[in-house]
Design a protein around this ligand. Structure first.
Ligand code: FE2
Ligand code: FE2
Length: 227
């Protein structure tokens, strides 16, 4: 917008070239080398009860790689725990800014969803304990679930964001949540964990409702900002 500053910026580009000459291929090569040299992000502590099983019965109970199911259970656990905190952040926003204009008071609905996220968290603690696994273990995927939600947490707890911006972040979490439960149910089915398939199916139904409802609330909040 400012021709004089644009000119000075372009001059600065010539005055201060990159420290290392060349194009982006050097960094692409450096990235490739770093990936090839890297250790995995962590490992899954497999419970002794699973380790002790002979291979045949072990395959029947948990699949060839029981740590995959444990890792993904721990991932959902971490995500649901973060989900409770995200909803707490949204509740704080509503308390300060008021509800979204529209047919529904969103506060009690948000509170109910928050409590359901907590119930899902407890469900996963129980599922891991049933397998003899440690629900407090920070598995690789649990670690990554925390990292991936960091940006959403920042948006939702930022005092400057309005309700529409807050709900937009929450919708991203709910979309990931939905896909996560679908995958987990598939894994539990493959591993022959029928009780988990049943329990997780109920959680997925609730998550579907969360996603659809938050989408609707976001629409109302954004339209209200527009008009
Ligand atoms: Fe959830
Ligand atoms: Fe949810």
């Amino acid at each position: 917008m400012s021709p004089e500053d644009t000119k000075r910026q372009l001059e600065a580009n010539n005055l201060f070239p990159p420290d290392i000459p060349g194009d982006a291929s050097a960094i692409a090569e450096a990235r490739k080398q770093a990936i090839l040299d890297a250790e995995p992000i962590g490992s899954v502590p497999v419970p002794g009860s699973v380790k002790g099983m002979v291979k045949t019965s072990f395959q029947k109970v948990m699949g060839k790689n029981p740590e995959i199911l444990i890792d993904k259970l721990a991932e959902r656990l971490a995500f649901e725990r973060t989900g409770v905190r995200l909803y707490d952040g949204v509740l704080a926003k509503i308390a300060a800014l008021g509800s979204v204009p529209g047919p529904t008071d969103i506060q009690p609905v948000i509170q109910q969803f928050r409590d359901q996220e907590y119930q899902h968290f407890v469900l996963l603690v129980e599922a891991l304990e049933k397998l003899g696994a440690d629900p407090t273990a920070q598995t690789p995927c649990a670690d990554l679930a925390g990292v991936s939600a960091e940006g959403l947490m920042k948006i939702i707890t930022d005092p400057r964001t309005n309700l529409a911006q807050t709900l937009n972040a929450l919708l991203i979490a709910e979309a990931a949540d939905n896909a996560g439960w679908e995958l987990l149910i598939e894994l539990a089915r493959e591993a022959g964990q029928d009780q988990m398939v049943e329990d997780f199916g109920v959680a997925l139904e609730e998550e579907n409702e969360h996603m659809g409802t938050i989408k609707e609330f976001l629409k109302h909040a954004t339209v209200a900002d527009l008009l």
